[in-house]
Design a protein around this ligand. Structure first.
Ligand code: GLV
Ligand code: MG
Length: 312
């Protein structure tokens, strides 16, 4: 696991096709928390091999600020995975934080990447364990095995839902992944979102939702993102700079929530340490140890997003 990136925010995770010099040059100018340079589904098969050098060049030469920097590999069921790892990790240098492994179906796929990474790190002079792993759950088999996948390697930093591939794997009768299905009475992905979230949290991972493909529909994006935001996801993929702006706002606690969380922590500390009470009134609510845990999560998330406590 990369010590640098494990706890950095991932409210907006910007996808950039690794075969496009133009999009690669633009990516660092977009204020995303996280950028991933894609070698997988946004790159045509005939460009797969050429894209590796473009991605390496972008990592080495562009100014990436503090964001998490990641490359998405091709999945293990293609001919490209090992070459992606050797060429990218072998040449990118220390600025590369993570690799994303798509369509993960079993814990063994994560272990295989971990082992290969250790060899490539040793050979290229990187500290062993430098590169973190992000695993995408986007097949039915992957979801069935999500608990083992999330526990498969200390390099894992996040677990990510891939709604488009998942809809295909489920054989859902839809042509756009990651959007609401109006005919369905409820949220057709609620079980999947919750299942992935529980497996991720049980293993200390950040949990990320995938893309919203109607890239011009900002209201639709806001509406659909509420589902994972409210459950507790850390962020979501972005395909455009406008989507980044919406997601940075949406996945941050508001200033009011952040200040209230701090006030709960102060009140609870006074109650337990000063007054030796385990449960006290906070305004018109009773707070106790569970309230402290909830408030701590808000403070961590807000601090990660750059919030500071209001004065007075
Ligand atoms: C992302 O990779 C998806 O399949 O939705
Ligand atoms: Mg996918």
């Amino acid at each position: 696991m990369s010590q640098r990136s494990k706890n950095l925010p991932r409210r907006s995770c910007l996808s950039t096709p690794g075969s496009s010099d133009r999009f690669l040059a633009k990516a660092p100018t977009v204020t995303a928390d996280f950028s991933f340079l894609d070698l997988e589904d946004s790159v045509a098969p005939k460009e797969k091999v050429n894209a590796r050098a473009k991605v390496v060049n972008a990592i080495r030469t562009l100014a990436w600020d503090e964001r998490v920097l990641c490359v998405r590999l091709n999945a293990w069921d293609t001919p490209w995975t090992y070459g992606d790892v050797i060429e990218v990790v072998g040449n990118a240098g220390e600025r590369l934080d993570e690799l994303m492994l798509p369509k993960v179906q079993s814990a063994a796929e994560v272990v295989a990447l971990d082992l290969l990474l250790t060899q490539v790190e040793k050979r290229s002079g990187l500290p062993v364990g430098h590169i973190g792993i992000e695993a995408q759950i986007e097949t039915t088999r992957g979801l069935i095995n999500v608990d083992e996948i999330c526990a498969a390697s200390p390099r894992l930093e996040t677990i990510i839902f891939g709604p488009a591939d998942f809809a295909a794997s489920m054989e859902m009768p839809v042509l756009t992944g990651g959007v609401q299905i109006p005919e369905y009475p409820g949220d057709h992905f609620n079980y999947v979102f919750s299942r992935i979230l529980m497996a991720g949290r049980a293993n200390g991972l950040q949990v990320i939702d995938g893309p919203y493909l109607r890239v011009k529909d900002m209201e639709g994006l806001r509406d659909f993102s509420q589902r994972t935001r409210v459950l507790g996801y850390d962020g979501k993929w972005a395909l455009t700079p406008d989507q980044v702006t919406v997601l940075n706002e949406l996945y941050s606690p508001t200033q009011e929530q952040f200040d209230r969380a701090w006030a709960i922590l102060d009140a609870y500390q006074q109650a337990t340490e000063g007054d030796r009470k385990g449960a006290v009134m906070f305004g018109d609510e009773m707070i106790d140890e569970a309230s402290r845990k909830m408030a701590t999560k808000f403070v961590t998330r807000g601090t990660r997003a750059g919030r500071t406590r209001s004065k007075g």
